[in-house]
Write a protein that binds this ligand. Structure first.
Ligand SMILES: [Fe+2]
Length: 320
């Protein structure tokens, strides 16, 4: 356990947000999906503004869930099968969506945040794309798909535990230039915390690291893959993923999956209750559900979820 804490400490000098000034200009090398539209309308953008009372305002592009589905010809049969099937699922233009997003960000905002599921499953080609587009600068949080060796073909099966992650944790860590478990970066006096909550829960080490960050006394923004569900985020999640059902009943659907985990795992449940009383927490940024939605999380913080980047979606977040 203490070795993990040392790990956090070792990486605290690294960035948690990618400065767009450091992005190369892919737009010039690669025509965008909408070449006649120039530097705008390449994305379906949502805009949110967060008032923290800053002296120096700034903005970032928040994207999530790109679900890259690349595999090299020399990679095994499972990877080839997944490339075929999952490229159809996500439209096959995910790399363009990511490239257009970053080109847009370079012109329009100061930082980029990616909240996970950049890749759909592990492959050499997918990890090479992560390195190509984000180099040593990316930031963000990993998603559940970062740990998926082969989706439904995975062996051992994905059992949504730390032990499952341990099988490939170092492989994932090598591809992503931030501490995949917990990372802090201060931007213009705002402490951005990114952490791995990909199966809905957090660990005691992450809670301890967060509480250490609170002591710095800075306003905080929590960035992660799976939202910390409220009744409303759960309602829209069930509406979106539940298939064909009109909204005729406002009763909150029974918690299952991540929401049930967040209500039953004691470390996570206590952490969420603690966050709701932490006045330094100003916002939560999440993905995973492929829905753009926001809701009140606590008296001082709203939670903002962004839809899938594979659909050319993103949100510009203004901090002022
Ligand atoms: Fe996800």
């Amino acid at each position: 356990m203490s070795s993990r804490r040392d790990f956090f400490r070792r990486l605290t000098g690294m960035g948690a947000l990618m400065a767009t000034s450091q992005l190369p200009s892919w737009a010039e090398d690669n025509p965008a999906l909408f070449p006649q539209r120039g530097g705008f309308e390449r994305l379906g953008m949502n805009y949110v503004a967060i008032n923290i009372g800053l002296e120096t305002p700034f903005s970032l592009l928040h994207i999530s869930d790109t679900h890259l589905t690349a595999a090299y010809p020399h990679e095994n049969e499972k990877k080839q099968k997944l490339k075929e099937v999952r490229s159809k699922t996500f439209g096959g233009r995910q790399e363009e969506a990511l490239r257009d997003s970053l080109a847009w960000a370079k012109q329009n905002v100061d930082y980029v945040l990616h909240t996970g599921d950049i890749i759909d499953w592990q492959s050499e080609a997918n990890f090479d794309l992560v390195k190509k587009y984000f180099g040593r600068e990316l930031i963000g949080a990993v998603g559940n798909h970062e740990f998926s060796t082969d989706m439904w073909l995975s062996n051992p099966k994905e059992d949504r535990t730390e032990a499952y992650k341990d099988n490939t944790r170092s492989l994932v860590q090598q591809a992503y230039p931030f501490d995949i478990q917990f990372q802090s970066q201060v931007v213009n006096g705002v402490n951005f915390i990114t952490l791995d909550d990909v199966y809905g829960y957090v660990t005691q080490d992450q809670v301890d690291a967060f509480k250490t960050e609170v002591k710095r006394g800075l306003p905080m923004v929590l960035c992660m893959h799976v939202p910390f569900h409220t009744e409303n985020t759960w309602r829209v999640t069930c509406k979106f993923w539940g298939g064909n059902n009109r909204f005729t009943n406002a009763v909150v659907p029974n918690p299952n999956g991540d929401y049930k985990t967040q209500k039953t795992d004691s470390v996570t449940r206590d952490f969420i209750a603690y966050l709701k009383k932490e006045p330094l927490l100003k916002a939560l940024l999440a993905g995973h559900e492929h829905i753009t939605f926001q809701d009140e999380f606590s008296p001082t913080a709203r939670e903002y979820m962004v839809a899938g980047n594979f659909l050319f979606q993103g949100q510009e977040v203004l901090f002022y």
